[in-house]
Ligand binder design. Structure first.
Ligand code: GSH
Length: 214
């Protein structure tokens, strides 16, 4: 298995966590998102992922893209340990928590979006950081409420085992800090992050532990 990844990419980090949780060995093909204008935009990489985004996973000659699709593929192929609760309603709740991050927050603070906002609307770094902070804060505040409102509250977003929700949350917190969000506003989420980072699967998948880390 080969993962096209960038150490600081939160979507790549999600897939790395899932691979580590499931004890799947894999090779890394680093794609630098800034060097030379962004290796993700090269013709060679776009032949792998026409979207020009990381991650992509190559398995048995097949290429998969979109971190959530990749993680669901891993879940189906390697069901143990599961990253979803068994009950369908609980599973839907976990997916909805993950999607707060993956569908609502992350896409509008992504590198290409911030670059576009900055260049097209003539914004400063401080202004685009403020944009990122706004959307991250809004999503984290909603997620904190969702976590507190559900009856199966435990050490993680849902219950006492990590799920897809935690896999999406932890990498997003790296972005939140990079853009200067005040995480003290989300104390439950910060506690959950500590529980996650105590697990080798999360710690070993962290950006600073990757071979391409700067
Ligand atoms: N929805 C996609 C998002 C992928 C994505 O946005 N990746 C970022 C890094 S976290 C990227 O490659 N950005 C490159 C760019 O913005 O040019 C997924 O979950 O895989």
């Amino acid at each position: 298995m080969k993962l096209y990844t960038f150490f600081r990419s939160s979507a790549s980090y999600r897939v790395r966590i899932a691979l580590h949780l499931k004890n799947i060995s894999y090779d890394q093909a680093p794609i630098h998102l800034r060097r030379g204008g962004g290796e993700q935009l090269s013709a060679a990489y776009k032949a792998i992922n026409p979207q020009g985004l990381v991650p992509a996973l190559e398995d048995n000659g097949k290429i998969l893209t979109q971190s959530l699709a990749i993680i669901e593929y891993l879940e189906e192929k390697y069901p143990k340990p599961p990253i979803f609760p068994a009950d369908p309603a609980d599973k839907a709740l976990v997916r909805s928590m993950a999607m707060v991050i993956a569908c609502e927050v992350h896409p509008i603070q992504n590198l290409r979006v911030l670059n576009y906002v900055k260049a097209t609307y003539n914004q400063t770094d401080a202004q685009v950081n403020q944009w990122a902070q706004h959307w991250i804060d809004l999503g984290l505040a909603a997620l904190e409420q969702m976590i507190l409102a559900q009856p199966k509250r435990g050490k993680f977003c849902f219950g006492d085992a990590p799920t897809l929700a935690d896999i999406c949350l932890v990498p997003q917190l790296g972005n939140a800090r990079r853009y200067g969000c005040d995480l003290a506003k989300h104390p439950t989420i910060v506690e959950i992050e500590k529980s996650c980072m105590a697990l080798p699967a999360f710690a070993d998948a962290a950006p600073e532990k990757q071979p391409d880390a700067e």
